[in-house]
Write a protein that binds this ligand. Structure first.
Ligand SMILES: [Zn+2]
Length: 268
């Protein structure tokens, strides 16, 4: 029944298709949209111009708590702007309780807080990178083999205290397990942070970047170019971690996104 309705609906959808349609799978809280438009097309999301690559490549995303709607303005080459209302599907985020963390990592002292603030600013600056590279348009690779031990968006209760949501997803694996770049790019941050431990951030272009935290070893330095699937480090438990795992983050500029739907399934 469902299959038949889909088949009947499809020709109508094709006939009514606008000049440019956003893939539905990205229209969700935490969703990343990647696509191509005819070169010369201009896009703006909620009034913010979206960078378009030479082949029409572009990317944008919707945060964990994005409102139910967004407006995409599409201006075809030589044409007039056309506003599309995008419905952003709401998600229910799970609650994750973690206990047994050292108290100083849940409620840091003033010295640690100063360090955390400085690190937060450094990370924020790295994530403003807006390069012309189009590596984000490639099929992403799995950053590490292991098992999923934490998902994007969960509301976290650490040692019984509510803390900010989890903006990445976690792959538990033995210390030393290789960490691979999900796509080619350039290292924009390689540091040792209070919460993230040893972390690396790679710019894949147009504001899309990936973050790899809690590493036991880092194999690339800031400014270095990396290839897709290149080993950039090794799984560890540095920073705030209860055991060895990779915390993987994906973002579009300052907006954290759910990486899982755009990565291959996690396997051991
Ligand atoms: Zn994590």
């Amino acid at each position: 029944m469902i299959r038949r309705r889909t088949a009947l609906a499809l020709p109508g959808l094709l006939l009514a298709r606008p000049a440019f349609a956003v893939p539905a799978e990205g229209l969700v809280q935490g969703g990343l949209v990647r696509g191509r438009v005819a070169p010369g097309t201009r896009l703006a999301l909620d009034g913010k111009p979206i960078r378009i690559g030479p082949g029409g490549e572009h990317a944008f995303g919707f945060g964990r708590d994005h409102a139910a709607e967004a407006t995409l303005t599409v201006t075809p080459p030589g044409g007039r702007p056309e506003a599309q209302r995008l419905a952003i599907a709401r998600r229910d985020w799970p609650v994750q309780r973690i206990t047994g963390l050292p108290p100083a990592q849940v409620t840091p002292d003033p010295d640690a807080l100063r360090r955390i603030t400085a690190e937060r600013e450094r990370l924020a600056a790295a994530r403003t990178t807006d390069s012309a590279r189009t590596d984000f348009a490639a099929v992403f690779l799995l950053p590490a083999h292991g098992r999923i031990s934490g998902v994007f968006g969960s509301q976290r209760i650490l040692n019984g205290e509510p803390r900010q949501p989890h903006y990445g997803f976690d792959i538990a694996a033995p210390t030393g397990t290789p960490i691979l770049a999900i796509a080619a790019g350039q290292v924009v941050l390689a540091a040792d942070f209070f919460f993230f431990g040893r972390l690396t951030v790679i710019d894949h272009g147009h504001g899309v970047n990936s973050l790899y935290a809690h590493q036991s070893a880092q194999h690339v330095a800031e400014g270095e170019r990396v290839g897709a699937g290149q080993q950039i480090g090794a799984v560890g438990a540095t920073g705030r971690a209860t055991g060895p795992h990779l915390h993987f983050g994906l973002s579009w500029f300052s907006t954290w996104l759910d990486a899982q739907p755009v990565l291959p399934p996690v396997t051991g």
